[in-house]
Design a protein around this ligand. Structure first.
Ligand code: AMP
Length: 342
């Protein structure tokens, strides 16, 4: 896994390698390569979360918040979303500190989107208590000119009509990942089907894959989803990991084993953000299945940190050393020598 240290200049970021840095320090030519930010659109929210043991109001949440912070471990991020005038300044500071560009974040008079949920003892089971759209009700995502040429786009979980609207404004991206949820499958199926014809990879959980396709078997469900347009589908199975499929290839990735999960909120968004951020960091067009498998593992490792705390607390304190260490452990625990069946 490679970690670079990008810095931003306007809407684009630049990364130096060590000799170039030394050259710049020595007063030589400022010779650096532009680094394309990953474009992330989604919700930015204030969440209230209840588990069997703890309850926390007004936490930083939203699909774009989790995804952007996760992706920022690998690549600068251009964020598109909306918040109200009540959105705390320190959350904005947190994004900026992480190379997340906020030119595309609309800050408007009114209240930020709010969501509350409650987990059962089995944390795979969650109930939405309230959804207050607030400023989201009138949200129309608008890409600043510098965002339009993004080559990797993550359409985080928001209505598929808004996701389609983002694609209408972008200029021929190389790879588009979209996330969705049960709500949109129920109330916005035609828009979602339209979106599926325009994206490269759909990320959704097992229940949503079954709901979308009315197919109980996940392999059959994945094939039905591929028939609707995307080249790839990633089906998340909570603590049981994730499946990645194309028409001809298959990858099964376990989840990183954890003894304690504090709050699974945002794990899916964190997974998608890590996936997209890793792909963008490869800094080339055209990704093969091996790239996508690695992206799944990067997303999986980021998500395992997300669930160790409420909100983005653990992710924002995560060091690259800890991330590297867990990546190596996961590789060792998932690997076995080839050979043949005894
Ligand atoms: P996840 O746990 O990955 O499903 O994502 C949870 C996040 O999704 C929370 O932080 C919520 O703020 C956000 N969220 C919940 N419902 C919606 C919705 N209808 N549209 C957009 N974001 C939502």
């Amino acid at each position: 896994m490679s970690f670079s240290s990008p810095f931003r200049l306007g809407a684009r970021s630049y990364v130096f390698d060590a000799p170039k840095k030394a050259l710049a320090k020595a007063g030589g030519l400022l010779n650096c390569e532009p680094q394309m930010a990953v474009l992330i659109v989604g919700s930015v929210a204030l969440d209230s979360i209840k588990t069997q043991t703890e309850e926390h109001p007004d936490l930083l949440g939203g699909s774009a918040s989790y995804a952007a912070v996760s992706a920022s471990f690998f690549q600068p991020v251009d964020l598109v979303g909306i918040v109200g005038s009540d959105f705390p300044q320190h959350h904005l500071d947190l994004f900026r500190e992480r190379q997340i560009d906020l030119t595309g974040l609309q800050i408007v008079e009114g209240k930020t989107f709010r969501w509350s949920g409650e987990y059962e003892a089995d944390m795979n089971k969650r109930r939405t208590l309230h959804t207050e759209l607030n400023v989201f009700e009138t949200f129309s995502p608008k890409l600043p000119p510098a965002y339009r040429s993004a080559s990797v786009i993550l359409l985080g979980n928001i209505g598929p009509e808004l996701q389609n609207h983002v694609l209408d404004q972008s200029e021929r991206p190389d790879f588009v990942v979209a996330d969705t949820m049960d709500l949109w499958i129920t109330i916005a199926r035609p828009e979602l089907i339209k979106l599926l014809g325009r994206i490269d990879l759909l990320v959704l959980n097992d229940g949503e894959a079954r709901q979308l396709t009315e197919e109980e078997n996940l392999i059959k469900a994945a094939k039905r989803i591929l028939d609707l347009g995307p080249k790839y589908v990633a089906i998340k199975k909570g603590e049981h990991g994730c499946l990645l499929l194309s028409r001809t290839e298959f990858f099964s990735c376990g989840a990183y084993p954890l003894e304690e999960v504090k709050d699974p909120t945002g794990a899916g968004d964190t997974f998608a953000g890590g996936f997209a951020g890793y792909l963008a960091s490869l800094d080339r067009s055209g990704f093969n299945f091996t790239d996508l498998k690695r992206a799944v593992v990067h997303g999986t490792i980021l998500a395992s940190f997300c669930v160790e705390s409420f909100s983005l607390y653990r992710l924002t304190r995560l060091t690259k050393g800890e991330l590297q260490d867990r990546y190596s452990r996961f590789r060792d625990m998932s690997h076995y020598e080839g050979g043949t069946l005894a």
